[in-house]
Design a protein around this ligand. Structure first.
Ligand code: HEM
Ligand SMILES: *[C@@H]1O[C@H](CO)[C@@H](O)[C@H](O)[C@H]1NC(C)=O
Length: 504
């Protein structure tokens, strides 16, 4: 054996052991980093670097980790990539965490968003800016009639268009997915932009379709990987880039609307949210010196409109799609709803919000649709803005918090038949409507859904109008599929349904 080969063997060994040594070092460092902070909530062992990401089944995220709460208790932790995440389960834990303090009312920021849209607006904003924008959005929605007659008539007006379209199918099976999205979106569009879009408007349909697709990608493993490893994912191809394309498209729509409003804006006659916002910008510009922190500007206008549009379209229409599916499945419940409508409203006039108090059964059915539909099962993520104690654990500032709404809305201690559709959950012995603390589809606390009142009006008026005019049934021989398509929201699998006119 020559000197060189001895040398190369040595070198080879050296290389290999060096490699081994480095690997061990990396692994140890990774393990140390993936150790839980002291007195942190317990949870499954996490791999270095990727944490628990790869062990989760993203197609079925909300069910897949069923055993974790059973094993580790109502407050447990997971590692999503490099981030520690704490999941809260059960009504009392959620109340303690979300309602009793504002220690976890911040939002984490997600690179998949912040790479293309600014952290402004309401949903992903924090601190003073968030408070100011949220307050303004709430009061402006109220000004334009959330809870008032004017909005009621615009919902009923929209229903006329929807009804015509539904009737045109003459009871033949069809997929009402985008008709529903379109109709619901038009309500929020009227509020923000001051106008609706025709169902045949190609550009709008395209936008609604994109939004729908965006919601799917949001909940995929791609989005999660992007948020955990942005530097890598920015360079890799995948659906995460189409999500960002979709966001850019939506931002452009908001900007176009804003510019159009600027042109014929008359501050003394605000027509919609954008007009009011333009006035607000003006108002704060005039007294800029007194309020250096005010955040009313065009960037926030665009993002607030974006948030209201995004949050106000998919959610309510998904709930209504669950509604017609449940009615097609439980025909006897549908008949009881229709009987109540015929008794209280009749066939000759339109429903109104005032009828709700006299329609406990219909009200209970709508609540049960929301409970079973459970469309935002893990709410939206929160972030702790200081260290705090929960359930005997210490949760440091900067921890991502996931409120598990499913754990409350399907809790066997709160509901008689948690896994069965049962309007009786919201009725007492006398058939009167009863509220339930464990009914939390809109979450709770400081970040509770900003559109709750709007959504409830839409749900009542659309659902009641649908049931007044139509009977829903599955095409002959087709079974109702109640298994959900999972993303950040739970929606029905694509389906065809028959809408038959009840009476002329
Ligand atoms: C059935 C319909 C709806 C459901 C189930 C729903 C549910 C939710 C949930 C679970 C959250 C997260 C709360 C949290 O962070 O813990 C949320 C937030 C939000 N929702 Fe809704 N929502 C619905 C309709 C609407 C509508 C129609 C609007 C439009 C005005 C809207 C606007 C918002 C906004 C702006 C936020 C963010 C609030 C913030 O971060 O301060 N939602 N919603
Ligand atoms: C949320 O709660 C449900 C019901 O208790 C459970 O099956 C599910 O695994 C929980 N999800 C998470 C992320 O803990």
């Amino acid at each position: 054996m020559g000197v060189t080969s001895v040398f190369s063997v040595c070198l080879g060994l050296d290389c290999r052991s060096l490699l081994l040594f480095t690997l061990v070092l990396l692994l140890v460092a990774g393990c140390l980093r993936s150790r839980r902070p002291s007195n942190f909530p317990p949870g499954p062992w996490a791999l270095p670097l990727v944490g628990n990401i790869l062990s989760l089944d993203f197609k079925n995220l909300h069910n897949d980790i069923t055993k974790l709460a059973e094993t580790y208790g109502n407050v447990y932790s997971l590692k999503m990539g490099p981030e520690w995440t704490v999941v809260l389960n059960g009504l009392s834990t959620l109340q303690e965490g979300l309602s009793k303090s504002d220690h976890l009312s911040d939002r984490p920021s997600f690179p998949i968003h912040t790479d293309v849209i600014p952290d402004l607006g309401v949903i992903f904003a924090n601190g003073y800016s968030w408070k100011q924008q949220r307050r303004f959005a709430l009061s402006t929605l109220k000004y334009f009639g959330v809870g008032k007659r004017s909005l009621e008539s615009s919902i009923l007006e929209e229903f006329k268009y929807m009804s015509k379209e539904l009737a045109s199918h003459k009871g033949k099976p069809f997929n009402l997915h985008f008709l529903m999205n379109n109709a619901v979106s038009n309500i929020i569009c009227s509020l923000i932009f001051g106008h609706r879009f025709d169902y045949k408007d190609k550009k709008f349909l395209q936008l609604i379709t994109l939004l729908d697709k965006g919601v799917q990608i949001e909940g995929s493993v791609w989005a999660q990987l992007y948020n955990s490893f942005p530097v890598l994912m920015r360079r890799l191809p995948g659906p995460h880039h189409s999500l960002q394309q979709i966001y850019r498209g939506l931002m452009d729509l908001m900007k176009t609307e804003m510019d159009a409003h600027r042109e014929d804006w008359n501050p003394s006659e605000p027509r919609d949210f954008i007009d009011c916002y333009l006035s607000e910008i003006q108002k704060h510009q005039d007294k800029r010196d007194d309020e250096p922190d005010a955040c009313f500007d065009e960037g926030n206008l665009v993002m607030c409109s974006f948030d209201l549009f995004g949050a106000g379209t998919e959610t309510t229409s998904t709930t209504l799609r669950w509604g017609v599916l449940y009615m097609a499945k439980y025909t006897e419940i549908q008949e009881k709803v229709q009987a109540e409508i015929d008794r209280v409203i009749g066939q000759s006039r339109e429903p109104s919000m005032e009828d709700r108090a006299n329609m406990p059964y219909t009200d209970a059915v709508i609540h049960e649709i929301q409970r079973m539909g459970n469309i935002v099962p893990l709410s939206l993520p929160h972030l702790t803005n200081r260290d705090f104690q929960l359930g005997g654990y210490t949760i440091p500032k900067g921890t991502v918090i996931i409120p598990n709404l499913t754990s409350v809305m399907f809790d066997k201690n709160e509901w008689e038949t948690p896994n069965t559709f049962n309007p009786g959950h919201f009725l007492n012995k006398e058939g009167k409507f009863v509220k339930k603390a464990a009914f939390i589809p809109f979450s709770m606390g400081k970040r509770v859904c900003l559109g709750e009142n709007l959504a409830r009006m839409e749900l009542f008026l659309f659902f009641t109008s649908l049931m007044q005019r139509f009977t829903f049934s599955m095409p002959p021989g087709v079974e109702v599929m109640l298994k959900a398509r999972f993303s950040i929201s739970l929606s029905p699998q694509p389906f065809e349904i028959c809408a038959t006119l009840r009476a002329e």
